[in-house]
Design a binder for this molecule. Structure first.
Ligand SMILES: Nc1ncnc2c1ncn2[C@@H]1O[C@H](COP(=O)(O)OP(=O)(O)O)[C@@H](O)[C@H]1O
Ligand SMILES: [Mg+2]
Length: 321
């Protein structure tokens, strides 16, 4: 196992002297630049991993670097293709002011983990696109024949390809709660019909283009989740059109399956969190965990196996242009 030893020192948590600190499940978030110009957000990808909305106590050393590499690669790609404007401004940890480093976190700890984006008012709807049936979409279909109000043909299996990609929004749950699938009408009631129509159109367009790229690299992009927000101006007022924020098209926010192994009718081999989920479901079925916090420690083979899958996704997706 020597060769698969993690290359990175694990980063579980950051401690920077900056305003607006917020701890997401995976990312630590701060605000930057309260001087002139539009406010910016500093997002740091740690090595935490969450599954079933519970953060595991065991970090995946280097996962944050891989995640940030993939996310920023896609954000640039999406901008470059003219698919949507994004929040991405920089990935340079050198832009963090020196005064921030008074705690245990050093600038070196953050190398490769930083995204600096335009601070936005977040649209409180998760914009999910599914090209294949799995996860909560599969559960809903099995129970009702529909997903988020979208009627689907009968006889689909877990992992089946859908006749066309569908937009299946979800609520953005408060910390500790689970996102809930909602119909398009409900999403409109939350975020406004005009905004939601535009975000649906953007989400489907990005999904289609990204799925095509993934396919050219031998990967199926089964489903994915986008977040959008309205950029805030120097007075903290929302301005202009909603832009793509957060991470995009990473193994944390998407299901990636090896195209040559795809076989509907069950769980797929994957380059995403499914590997961890399957391990945890094993614990659940043996009565060793009940999906509530705290999560169980992850064994080394699950840590290394997860890291290897994330690294493979990055190698395949982001090599070359
Ligand atoms: N440009 C942005 N402006 C404001 N908030 C953002 C922006 N980009 C990402 N976020 C928020 O930062 C957080 C990222 O941390 P994450 O670990 O994904 O948290 P969560 O547990 O909420 O998913 C999310 O809450 C996301 O909505
Ligand atoms: Mg998130």
């Amino acid at each position: 196992m020597q060769s698969s030893e993690p290359k990175h020192k694990a980063l579980f948590r950051t401690e920077l002297d900056l305003p607006g600190r917020r701890e997401g499940k995976v990312r630590d978030v701060y605000t930057l630049g309260h001087g002139e110009g539009s406010p910016r957000l500093l997002v740091i990808a740690t090595d935490r991993i969450s599954a079933f909305d519970v953060v595991m106590p065991t970090p995946i050393p280097g996962k944050g670097v891989i995640l940030n590499t993939i996310a920023s690669w896609w954000l640039r790609w999406i901008e470059g293709k003219g698919l949507c404007r994004t929040h991405l401004l920089s990935t340079d940890e050198g832009e963090i002011p020196e005064e921030a480093f008074i705690g245990s976190t050093s600038r070196e700890d953050l190398a490769g983990r930083v995204t600096i984006g335009r601070l936005c008012g977040v649209v409180p709807v998760e914009c999910v696109v599914r090209g294949y049936l799995d996860g909560s979409g599969w559960e809903e279909y099995r129970a009702s024949g529909r997903v988020c109000g979208v009627e689907l043909p009968p006889g689909l299996e877990r992992g089946s390809k859908l006749p066309e990609p569908i937009f299946t929004p979800a609520t953005k749950a408060e910390q500790g709660a689970h996102d809930e699938n909602i119909g398009f009408d409900e999403a409109c009631a939350i975020a406004g019909a005009e905004t939601m129509r535009r975000l649906r159109e953007r989400s489907l367009a990005i999904y289609l283009a990204a799925a095509e790229h993934a396919e050219s690299r031998g990967l199926i992009l089964a489903d994915t989740k986008f977040e959008f927000g309205f950029p805030l101006d120097e007075h903290g007022e929302a301005e202009g059109e909603a832009i793509l924020i957060d991470e995009a098209l990473t193994p944390d926010s998407s299901r990636f399956w090896p195209g040559d192994k795809w076989k509907p009718g069950g769980a797929q081999e994957s380059f995403d969190k499914q590997f961890v989920r399957e391990h945890l479901l094993g614990l659940v079925s043996r009565g060793e965990w009940d999906k509530s916090p705290p999560g169980p420690e992850l064994p080394e083979e699950v840590v290394l196996g997860t890291l290897e899958r994330y690294a493979e996704a990055a190698r395949r997706l982001c090599a070359g242009g």
